[in-house]
Design a protein around this ligand. Structure first.
Ligand SMILES: NC(=O)c1ccc[n+]([C@@H]2O[C@H](COP(=O)([O-])OP(=O)(O)OC[C@H]3O[C@@H](n4cnc5c(N)ncnc54)[C@H](OP(=O)(O)O)[C@@H]3O)[C@@H](O)[C@H]2O)c1
Length: 251
C-alpha cells in the first residue's frame, strides 16, 4: 500500500493530471480544490474508477494560514499521508509599477505562503515522505511583466532547497519546473508557435514529461533539494528568448 498523496489544485488541468497519474501508481488521493467544485467531483469519479480511495477537500489558499486542520481531516478519511504535491497557483500579469498590494498578496499567499505552511504541517504530521513543489521554468528568467508571480515562484524554488535541508533525512523535498505545457485557455496557436521558436528542442511540453519527472523524484531515494527543469532546454538560454511578453498579453 502506497498511502495518500495530497495534490493541491487537483481538480483541473495539470493538478488533475498529477492526481490521476499518482492514482495509477497506486496512491490514494486527497484532492484539494478551491472554486472547481464540479470538476473536483468529476475527478473524484475518475480517480475511484482507477481503484484507489479519493476524497475532495476545499480551501482558499489566499485566506488560509493554518493547514493542520486540513491534514487532520485528510488523516481521518484516507490512509497515511506520504506525498504532498503543491500545484495550486495563481498567475497574474503586472510589472512592478502596476502591481497593487492586493495582487502582490494574492500571488504570494497562494504560490508561496500556502506551500510553506503546508510543508510545515506535512512535516509535523508525517514521519517520512515526499514533497514536490510545482514551480515554473521562468524562474531562470527575469520576466518582469509577471513581477509578483515570478518572485513568488523564485522564492518557492529557494524554499524547496531550504526545506530539503531542514526536513532531511526522512522527508525529501524537490521541485518540478515545467516549461510551456498546458497554456492558459486564452492562448492562441500563434502564441504556442512563438514560444516553440525559443525552445531548443523545438516543441511544446507534454503532461507526460512532467509526470516522468514526478515518478523519477518519487522513485529515486537519493535525490532531494533539486529543481527539475522540464522545458525542452528553454531555461538554458537564461534570457528565455520568447518567454517574454507576447502581444499585449504577456507570456
Ligand atoms: N500550465 C503550464 O504549462 C505551466 C507552466 C509552468 C508552470 N506551471 C505550474 O504548474 C502548476 C499547475 O498549472 P496549471 O496551468 O494547471 O494551473 P491553473 O490552470 O492556473 O490552475 C490553478 C489551480 O490553482 C488552484 N487555485 C487558484 N487559486 C486558488 C486559491 N485561492 N486557493 C486554492 N487554490 C487555488 C485552482 O483551483 P480551483 O480550480 O479549484 O479554483 C487550480 O486548480 C502551477 O503551479 C503553475 O504555476 C504550469
Amino acid at each position: 500500500m502506497k498511502g495518500t498523496a495530497l495534490v493541491t489544485g487537483g481538480a483541473v488541468r495539470l493538478g488533475r493530471a498529477f492526481a490521476l497519474n499518482l492514482a495509477e501508481l497506486g496512491y490514494d488521493i486527497a484532492l484539494h480544490f478551491h472554486r472547481s467544485h464540479r470538476a473536483a467531483q468529476d475527478t473524484l469519479t475518475e480517480l475511484r474508477a482507477l481503484g484507489v480511495q479519493a476524497e475532495a477537500f476545499q480551501a482558499d489558499f489566499s485566506q488560509e494560514t493554518n493547514f493542520e486542520p486540513l491534514l487532520a481531516a485528510i488523516g481521518d478519511r484516507l490512509p497515511t499521508l506520504r506525498v504532498l504535491v503543491n500545484s495550486a497557483s495563481v498567475y497574474e500579469a503586472a510589472p512592478l509599477c502596476k502591481t497593487t498590494p492586493a495582487l502582490f498578496e494574492e500571488q504570494f499567499a497562494v504560490n508561496l505562503r500556502s506551500p510553506y505552511f503546508l510543508m510545515q504541517a506535512f512535516a509535523r504530521v508525517c514521519q517520512s515522505g515526499n514533497i514536490i513543489n510545482i514551480i515554473d521554468n521562468k524562474i531562470a528568467f527575469n520576466q518582469y511583466h509577471y513581477s509578483a508571480y515570478l518572485l513568488s515562484k523564485k522564492a518557492l524554488a529557494e524554499l524547496t532547497k531550504l526545506a530539503a535541508l531542514e526536513l532531511a533525512p526522512h522527508i525529501r523535498v524537490n521541485g518540478i519546473a515545467p516549461g510551456v505545457t498546458l497554456p492558459a485557455n486564452e492562448r492562441t496557436p500563434d502564441y504556442i508557435q512563438w514560444r516553440i521558436q525559443g525552445i531548443p528542442l523545438k516543441r511544446q511540453g507534454k503532461i507526460n514529461y512532467l509526470f516522468q519527472a514526478m515518478k523519477y523524484i518519487l522513485d529515486n531515494d537519493f535525490v532531494t533539494g533539486q529543481i527539475l527543469m522540464v522545458d525542452g532546454g528553454e531555461s538554458l538560454t537564461n534570457v528565455g528568448k520568447n518567454a517574454e511578453n507576447y502581444g499585449l498579453g504577456g507570456g
